[in-house]
Ligand binder design. Structure first.
Ligand code: AMP
Ligand code: ZN
Length: 113
């Protein structure tokens, strides 16, 4: 999609610190990290967000979650991490290309703010 920040990152038009990439997903460090590990995992296909996702996107969303789990294992943060999908502006979604936040490397509070 033309005017999407994360599509531009996936295409290499905007620089990012790549963590992982495969056929379906691209993962990179969040520019404003909220934890020692704060990685964004995005599907290469532009999907606006979870509420806009269709049944055909189910596997893609699962891929993103499993990519996050693999990164957490590699980073040795399996004693506690969180994968988060912010949905809609009241939940803090600011980029409208679906992304899974992987947060870890510190104690995480519950419930999140
Ligand atoms: P959300 O608020 O859930 O939509 O998450 C968007 C995330 O994208 C935020 O955590 C931002 O810090 C992050 N972000 C925004 N621009 C960039 C960028 N150019 N590179 C990496 N992360 C970014
Ligand atoms: Zn996009």
């Amino acid at each position: 999609m033309n005017d999407c920040l994360f599509c531009k990152i996936i295409d290499g038009k905007i620089p990012s610190k790549k963590v992982y990439e495969d056929e379906h997903t691209y993962a990179f460090d969040d520019i404003n990290p909220q934890a020692p590990t704060h990685v964004l995992v995005v599907p290469k296909k532009h999907v606006r967000g979870l509420k806009e996702a269709a049944a055909e996107d189910a596997q893609l969303i699962g891929y993103c979650q499993l990519a996050a789990a693999n990164i957490a294992r590699q980073r040795n943060i399996e004693d506690g991490y969180r994968t988060v999908l912010n949905v809609g502006p009241r939940a803090g979604q600011s980029v409208f290309h679906l992304h899974v936040h992987l947060l870890g490397g510190r104690n995480l509070q519950w419930p999140p703010g």
